[in-house]
Design a binder for this molecule. Structure first.
Ligand code: 5GP
Ligand code: ZN
Length: 136
C-alpha cells in the first residue's frame, strides 16, 4: 500500500524520478541525494511501512537477500573496500523519512567518514539487569 503523503512511496513507485540502480516487484534501490560516500544507496520497499516495526516479515527477509546481492555489485563495480548497512527507526535513532529504508554505504580505505557510537562501560550488574529484562 502507498501513502499519498510519503516522498519515498512516490520515489519507490516511480512517481518522482530518482537515480535508480535496481528495481523489482518489491523494491526500488536509489542513490542517496546526500551520499555519505560514493555509491551510497537506499533500498526502498514499494509498499509503505513507516519503519522496521511495521515492515511485513516477508519484506524484512527479502530486504537482506537483496542487500547481499547489491553488496557484491557495489564491490565489483565501485571497488569499495567495505560496506556499512545502516537502518534508522524513529526520530531518536536519526530517521528523517518515515518510510522504511536500508542504507547501503560503500566504504573506502581512508574515506574520512564515520559511522560510530561512543562505547559505554556499564557495570556487570547493569548488563545482567538488561539481559534479565529482555529474557524474562
Ligand atoms: P534517514 O535519516 O531517514 O535514515 O535517511 C534518509 C536519507 O534519505 C538521507 O540519507 C537523505 O539524504 C535521503 N533522502 C531524503 N530525501 C531524498 C530524496 O528525495 N531523494 C533521495 N535520493 N534521497 C533522499
Ligand atoms: Zn511511504
Amino acid at each position: 500500500m502507498k501513502n499519498d503523503d510519503c516522498i519515498f512511496c512516490k520515489i519507490a513507485n516511480g512517481e518522482i524520478p530518482s537515480r535508480t540502480i535496481y528495481e523489482d516487484q518489491l523494491f526500488r534501490v536509489i542513490l542517496d541525494l546526500n551520499p555519505a560516500t560514493k555509491g551510497h544507496a537506499l533500498i526502498l520497499p514499494k509498499d509503505h511501512s513507516a519503519s522496521l516495526y511495521e515492515l511485513p516479515e516477508e519484506t524484512a527477509a527479502a530486504v537482506l537477500v537483496l542487500a547481499k546481492k547489491l553488496a557484491v555489485i557495489l564491490r565489483e563495480k565501485l571497488g569499495c573496500d567495505g560496506l556499512n548497512l545502516v537502518q534508522n527507526n524513529g526520530e531518536a535513532a536519526g530517521q528523517t523519512v518515515s518510510h522504511f529504508h536500508l542504507h547501503m554505504i560503500p566504504r573506502y580505505t581512508d574515506d574520512g567518514q564515520k559511522i560510530s557510537w561512543i562505547p559505554g562501560k556499564p557495570a556487570q550488574e547493569e548488563l545482567d539487569e538488561v539481559r534479565k529484562k529482555l529474557t524474562e
